[in-house]
Write a protein that binds this ligand. Structure first.
Ligand SMILES: Cc1cc2nc3c(=O)[nH]c(=O)nc-3n(C[C@H](O)[C@H](O)[C@H](O)COP(=O)(O)OP(=O)(O)OC[C@H]3O[C@@H](n4cnc5c(N)ncnc54)[C@H](O)[C@@H]3O)c2cc1C
Length: 541
């Protein structure tokens, strides 16, 4: 912005107005305010408020640490570990020690061999089941303490954007002026609504609706008959449990699963392909009970359970946007699009976007260049993140019709969980050593965006191959068994996946990155890894 325009700004004109005081809005507002950006953060609701998006993954937590250090907001960092969350933010949160999957076939006893688990090794990170009403309030309060102006109970009902900035109007007739608007308003995104940005129909291949709530009295699955004979490394109740079956999955996210837990709550949600399970003419509780009657071994976990808040029952949940960045505005991940809670990638996408958006906004507030081109990468990133998640979840739902196929697809997901985390972790450590922001900007050099450089391209090729095969399975031109074999072969042949991980070994259903395994991976990185990814193992490539 030129000096004249700057001088003309009145007290009520903000650099950035953020709509939505959830995880995206609160984190971004704290970072921007810390850097002297004049920020307004507005939400229609009040904190504390219920939200889902509770289960974290190592990539999300590393990205939270990156944001805390890169933008020098140390109060964000406790969100990145179970202990940090417990001590500083929310003792009502739970602990996540693994991703657990139990495969069910209707009318048959659960086969104890048809289970999968991805352990989150404590030496690496400790993940959480976030009690969102606490975390979101904490981030909002943090933003205000850094100087952001916070306005709750204020619904924005009209927006104007143009070359001179943004005007927001509330339902009480107030007006707010800003140079730039970030819409972190979630699926009801006022900006998408105003500018007709929703892609109709969505390009998402995945189809699902959901019903979810919080319950008390949910019995650990480990104590149920359906778990007799399971030999997974970590009890099911110690992590995020997914009961998977043809046409959907059910999440069990306990908050009471650690020593000294104060909470008795458990988050429960059923996600169903609405073409296989059309929405019935029943209450959500009746629908849930009817579902349990079809799967008695899942039902045992809920025999003594009661809901403590009303069910939320959605229609099809997938939505996308034709563009997520425009003149003087940007949508953040959950406002831009959504696929499914499967694999807990929502917060991953949220923090990825906040990280890449924040430095652009800080620079724009300093030099006054709010041009759309400056933010163009954010659109490419969000479209890429959306497509990666869609391909993963679409392939998984096709996989849910046949255990062998699901078992194979889960290896692709594991690769996509492990490798980007390692790349980000390496960049983070290098950043801490050199304090050179370019190290983090280089992560954006992934083509196509959606998974970070230098592993992104290899993984996207693997994922596309998997999704195309699953499309053929869906079309009936390839059998699930053939597809499973081809996917495992492709995992084996993907040179960027460390061979010591043995991700293509069909019997290797529970994965634990022990220090010994990671040492062998480091040796592989030194001696056998393709040149372009050697850098993530600490060797120049
Ligand atoms: C069923 C389900 C399960 C999920 N599970 C997971 C999971 O396990 N792990 C994970 O990582 N992610 C998960 N996600 C995704 C996760 O919920 C989102 O990534 C995350 O909540 C996004 O945060 P946000 O701040 O962008 O939006 P939100 O948390 O949705 O916040 C948006 C805010 O905007 C406000 N707002 C909207 N419109 C207006 C308006 N007109 N005026 C003023 N304020 C407005 C709302 O009041 C709200 O407070 C899940 C999502 C769903 C739907």
């Amino acid at each position: 912005m030129n000096t004249t325009a700057n001088e003309l700004r009145d007290d009520k004109r903000y650099d950035v107005a953020i709509l939505g005081a959830g995880m995206a809005g609160g984190t971004l507002a704290a970072v921007l305010a810390r850097h002297g950006v004049k920020v307004l953060i507005i939400d229609a609701g009040l904190h504390p408020r219920f939200a889902v998006g509770e289960s974290t993954i190592p990539y999300t937590s590393t990205m939270i640490k990156v944001i805390g250090d890169r933008y020098q907001v140390p109060e964000i960092t406790p969100l990145a570990s179970f202990r940090g969350v417990q001590k500083k933010i929310s003792p009502m949160s739970g602990r996540k020690q693994h991703f657990g999957f139990v495969y069910h076939e209707e009318g048959k006893p659960q086969d104890p061999e048809q289970i999968n688990q991805l352990m989150i090794p404590e030496w690496h990170s400790t993940e959480s089941h976030l009690f969102r009403q606490d975390t979101d309030a904490y981030l909002f309060n943090l933003a205000v303490s850094y100087g952001a102006e916070g306005l709750l109970a204020t619904r924005i009902q009209d927006i104007d954007t143009g070359p001179d900035g943004v005007v927001l109007r509330s339902d009480r007739g107030e007006e707010f002026h800003a140079e730039y608007l970030v819409d972190g308003g979630g699926f009801r995104s006022p900006v998408a609504d105003k500018f007709g940005l929703r892609e109709e129909p969505t390009r998402a291949r995945h189809h699902a609706r959901a019903l979810f709530t919080h319950m008390v009295g949910v019995k650990p699955f480990d104590d149920c008959e359906g778990a007799v004979g399971h030999k997974q490394p970590s009890p099911w109740h110690n992590g995020t449990l997914h009961h998977v079956f043809d046409g959907g999955w059910l999440w069990v996210i306990p908050f009471d699963n650690h020593e000294g837990a104060l909470s008795t709550l458990c988050s429960v949600g059923l996600t169903l392909d609405e073409r296989v399970f059309p929405k019935p003419d029943q209450s959500p509780q009746e629908e849930f009970d009817a579902f349990l009657a079809r799967f008695p071994q899942i039902a045992e976990q809920f025999t003594g359970a009661s809901v403590v808040r009303p069910w939320v029952s959605t229609g099809r949940m997938q939505y996308s946007s034709t563009q997520t960045v425009g003149e003087r505005y940007c949508l953040t991940a959950h406002a831009a699009g959504f696929i499914d809670a499967l694999y807990s990638r929502g917060l991953n996408n949220t923090f990825d976007v906040v990280n890449s958006l924040a430095w652009r906004l800080i620079e724009a507030s300093r030099d006054g260049d709010w041009s759309t081109e400056r933010f163009a990468y954010i659109d490419r990133l969000q479209q890429g993140l959306f497509d990666v998640h869609d391909d993963l979840v679409y392939s998984s739902f096709v996989g849910f019709r046949d255990y062998d196929l699901w078992n194979a697809v889960s290896r692709v997901w594991k690769a996509i969980s492990l490798m980007p985390s390692m790349a980000l972790e390496r960049a983070y450590r290098t950043f801490l050593e050199k304090r050179d922001d370019q190290v983090l900007r280089d992560l954006e050099k992934s083509d196509p965006p959606g998974l970070p450089a230098p592993v992104g391209r290899d993984l996207i090729q693997l994922l596309t191959f998997t999704r195309e095969l699953c499309q053929q399975v869906e079309a009936g031109t390839v059998s699930p068994g053939d597809a499973a074999e081809q996917i495992l072969a492709r995992v084996r042949d993907t040179a960027a996946i460390p061979t010591p991980f043995e991700l293509s070994a069909v019997g290797n259903r529970c994965f634990e990155a022990t220090p010994d395994l990671m040492q062998r991976v480091a040796d592989w990185g030194r001696n056998e890894a393709p040149e372009h990814i050697k850098g993530i193992f600490g060797h120049s490539g």
